[in-house]
Design a protein around this ligand. Structure first.
Ligand code: SF4
Length: 479
């Protein structure tokens, strides 16, 4: 019987450059000019044979009738993309203290050094560590957040040693990360971190003036002290033992190129052009520090262009947000970025053990609790992991973040790479269930996926090679 190409289920969207992107059930995609798209829909058999073969390989065209082989292939592709959600909590965040020397306007949580009441008890630290081993995941990341965890290095050390002792029999692969300003970092801490393979993550918002404006401390030398910490860490632990994150405020918008250049100057191989989140105290300061989704796009696209500029001049530096998006779009295997998983990884692949004795589904959820919205507490530290994963909060988050349940997502061509972020909805509107297109999360990601698809469509071979390298899970994972 002659092969007559049939349209397979797809979703499509017009891009700003006039082309149309269509995605299939497997998450494969193709670009069409408007006339090609009409032809594709009305008479696919009249498209050039080479293009038909391409569309068939991407599951946009196929035969009539049931094809168990194709169905199995699509099912296994979708399963591979969701694997990170299904294998149990792998990222465990412990918040030993909220104490911090900084008073950043956009910070949601920190407390001054004199404020003694915001520290985790030893009993809770040990209980959190024991819960971590209840996870089925063979590979575990344990991250210490704050406040500034190095202010309570004793608690970080206690947790690492407790986990290591138990791991003698558990034999998991554990990766430790401490997120800190590095102002307190000293050689003794580095010796400990070296012995236990602890990585450091710090904050650099950009050049000195911008960083010091965003992150004030009494001596107005936050930048200098963090850079000193980075240098010490690199000297004693190795160049790649410390990574940096930046937060975009309204002061950052004018000069993304200077921010990227600063990361290059400091020798970082990654930069994450992160938008400001509208949680907690940052929300109160939105008028001062905030900006529209469109302004963030403009900033982001200029920043990405600068990163690509450096790469084309032989400087290896990745933009982490692009890595995350490209991983979703180009890779068969998901890197596990929580905010774009469906159902969400918050409360399933990530758990946060907070200083207040409660477990939260994500870092953002515990930040919300600081402003009085404690509705996302999953349970007390020390409760069996199974109870936490089956808690009402975890179940509601899963329902609210499943693309099949969200009206706006059902027709969205990006629903294989993205999904609603209910924690974001809770922060913005006080409820997990809100029409998805109203949320900043949706508006931002629609725009970012649009932009990345346009980049891919026009990329030459070298740029496409770079994008495939960035899409690999190891490059994309950063929560
Ligand atoms: S959240 Fe928005 S961009 Fe993401 S899949 Fe749903 S509709 Fe699409």
């Amino acid at each position: 019987m002659p092969y007559i190409p049939q349209l397979q289920p797809f979703q499509a969207r017009s891009l700003a450059d006039g082309f149309i992107v269509a995605t299939s059930r497997s998450g494969d995609f193709a670009f069409f000019s408007p006339s090609e798209f009409d032809q594709f829909q009305s008479a696919p058999a009249t498209l050039p044979l080479e293009f038909q073969a391409e569309l068939r390989a991407r599951f946009l065209l196929g035969d009539t009738g049931p094809h168990p082989g194709t169905k199995r292939l699509i099912t296994s592709r979708i399963a591979a993309k969701r694997e990170t959600v299904l294998k149990g909590p792998a990222l465990h965040i412990i918040v030993p203290t909220l104490q911090c020397a900084h008073s950043c306007q956009y910070c949601q949580v920190s407390r001054s050094l004199q404020d003694q009441g915001h520290t985790m008890s030893i009993t809770d630290i040990e209980a959190a560590c024991d819960t971590i081993f209840e996870s089925a995941s063979q590979t575990l990341t344990v991250e210490f957040q704050g406040g500034d965890p190095l202010i309570r290095f004793d608690l970080v050390k206690h947790a690492v040693l407790h986990l290591q002792r138990r791991n003698l029999s558990e034999q998991r692969r554990i990766r430790f990360v401490v997120a800190s300003t590095l102002h307190q970092l000293d050689p003794d801490m580095c010796t400990f971190f070296k012995e236990y393979n602890v990585y450091l993550s710090t904050s650099i918002d950009g050049p000195r003036d911008l960083h010091n404006r965003n992150r004030p401390i009494p001596g107005r030398d936050s930048y200098e002290r963090t850079v000193k910490g980075i240098e010490l860490a690199r000297e004693l632990l190795g160049h790649d033992a410390v990574a940096a994150l930046m937060t975009t405020t309204s002061s950052s918008l004018a000069d993304p190129e200077a921010i990227v250049d600063e990361y290059v100057r400091l020798g970082f191989k990654d930069i994450f052009l992160r938008p400001l989140s509208s949680y907690g105290f940052a929300k109160r300061n939105q008028i001062l520090l905030g900006y529209s989704v469109q302004k963030f796009f403009d900033f982001y696209q200029r920043g990405l262009k600068r990163v690509l500029h450096w790469n084309s001049h032989g400087v290896e530096i990745r933009e982490v947000y692009a890595c995350i998006l490209l991983n979703k779009m180009l890779s068969t295997f998901d890197a596990g970025y929580v905010d774009l998983q469906s159902p969400t990884g918050a409360g399933s692949s990530v758990l946060v053990y907070n200083y207040d004795g409660y477990v939260y589904p994500s870092d953002e959820a515990r930040m919300l609790a600081e402003t009085g919205d404690k509705s996302l507490r999953m349970g007390r530290i020390g409760e069996p992991l199974e109870n936490l994963l089956q808690s009402a909060v975890a179940r509601s988050l899963a329902v609210a973040s499943t693309v099949e349940n969200a009206e706006g997502c059902c027709d969205c061509p990006y629903n294989k790479f993205c999904g609603p972020n209910p924690v974001d909805a809770q922060a913005q509107f006080g409820t997990l269930f809100i029409p998805v297109e109203n949320t900043e999360h949706c508006q931002r990601h629609k725009g970012l996926f649009d932009a990345m698809f346009m980049e891919i469509r026009t990329a030459d071979e070298d740029l496409l090679d770079l994008f495939y390298q960035w899409a690999r899970p190891a490059a994309g994972v950063r929560d």
